[in-house]
Write a protein that binds this ligand. Structure first.
Ligand SMILES: [Zn+2]
Length: 333
């Protein structure tokens, strides 16, 4: 018991210490950024199916914005590898998307999506038609000694309105940034644990192999936990920059959000990850903005500016002030 504790201490204290000092003196350079265009192929995502809408599909909007984002990031950071998950209209499962990010050893994962809200149904009168209705009257008539009920129906013509139903655009508009749930870190944890770089070198002079395996697992869990927290903190940092840069464009910046039910693809990547809901495809103005060259370019530039600020902070030789886990993060669902 005592012996095992000693091994745990010996194995775990060193790399944690290394991680902490490494973070302060030699910051890790951002070498690879993954840009994921949400949805694709048979998965069209949301669409602007309201009256007066463009009927555009989220998958096309996300692809167009992602392409512009890749171009902008490449221009801004020629030394960084910018990898899109898709460049055409193909379907990829969330697992495939996460694999692309993990296999390429991404340092950042940015998912592009478009929001939607439930459409209300409206109706309007588009004409009238004449229909026959019947007024009924009950009379009691004598039949022998009994009174018998008699229903008398009188036809009457009336004008009835012809209604047309349609979907109303939503009032909600603006950009929001999403993170994986801080408490829903299991998949993030797994993604980190599955990473080959994470296999620790351990000395082989211990005769008790079982002890070593147990200790190594525990050691890895401690480290993975540190990474999960660090990625969460970095994700919040980038998300707040994106929110600020969107605000600068004059559009509604809806803040940083965290779903109680995690966004799986963000959890399954072993790197800081954010999801940008660029705008509401169900909103009249937002849909037009998301489909316009100007709007797509503006979003791509806002995100690039945010990445630039993030990269500068992360690569600065000085340690940066930690961001509190829950600061400014809205909880939803
Ligand atoms: Zn989406």
């Amino acid at each position: 018991m005592f012996k095992q504790k000693l091994i745990i201490l010996a194995l775990s204290a060193f790399p944690i210490f290394c991680l902490t000092t490494q973070a302060q003196t030699t910051p890790k350079k951002i070498k690879t950024i993954i840009v994921d265009a949400g949805h694709g192929g048979h998965d069209g995502g949301a669409h602007g199916g309201y009256e007066g809408g463009l009927n555009s599909s989220e998958k096309n909007v996300t692809l167009a914005i992602s392409k512009k984002l890749v171009t902008e990031l490449q221009k801004e950071f020629p030394e960084v590898k910018i990898i899109p998950t898709r460049t055409t209209d193909i379907y990829q499962s969330p697992r495939e998307k996460a694999d692309i990010a993990n296999e390429n050893n991404g340092d950042l994962f940015i998912c592009i999506h478009a929001d939607a809200a439930a459409l209300k149904t409206g109706s309007r009168v588009i004409g009238y038609k004449t229909v026959t209705v019947y007024d009924t009257k009950v009379e009691w008539v004598k039949k022998g000694n009994k009174k018998v009920k008699k229903v008398i129906k009188t036809p009457r013509k009336v004008e009835k309105p012809i209604l047309q139903y349609y979907k109303l655009p939503t009032q909600r508009s603006g950009t929001s940034v999403w993170l994986f749930g801080a408490h829903k870190t299991d998949d993030k944890f797994k993604a980190i644990m599955e990473n080959e770089d994470f296999n620790l070198q351990t000395s082989s002079d211990t005769t008790d192999k079982e002890d070593l395996v147990k200790t190594t697992n525990r050691e890895m869990k401690i480290l993975a936990d540190i990474y999960v927290k660090r990625y969460q903190e970095k994700s919040i940092r980038l998300a707040s920059f994106v929110n600020e840069e969107v605000e600068k464009t004059g559009r509604a910046a809806l803040g940083i959000n965290q779903r109680q039910v995690g966004i799986w693809v963000l959890q399954a990547t072993k790197m800081p990850a954010i999801l940008v809901e660029t705008g509401f495809i169900t909103n009249y103005d937002d849909e037009r903005y998301l489909n316009s060259e100007k709007g797509q370019q503006e979003i791509a530039e806002a995100i690039t500016n945010a990445v630039k600020r993030y990269k500068e902070q992360m690569e600065a030789p000085k340690p940066v002030a930690p961001v509190k886990d829950t600061m400014g993060v809205n909880k939803a669902q």
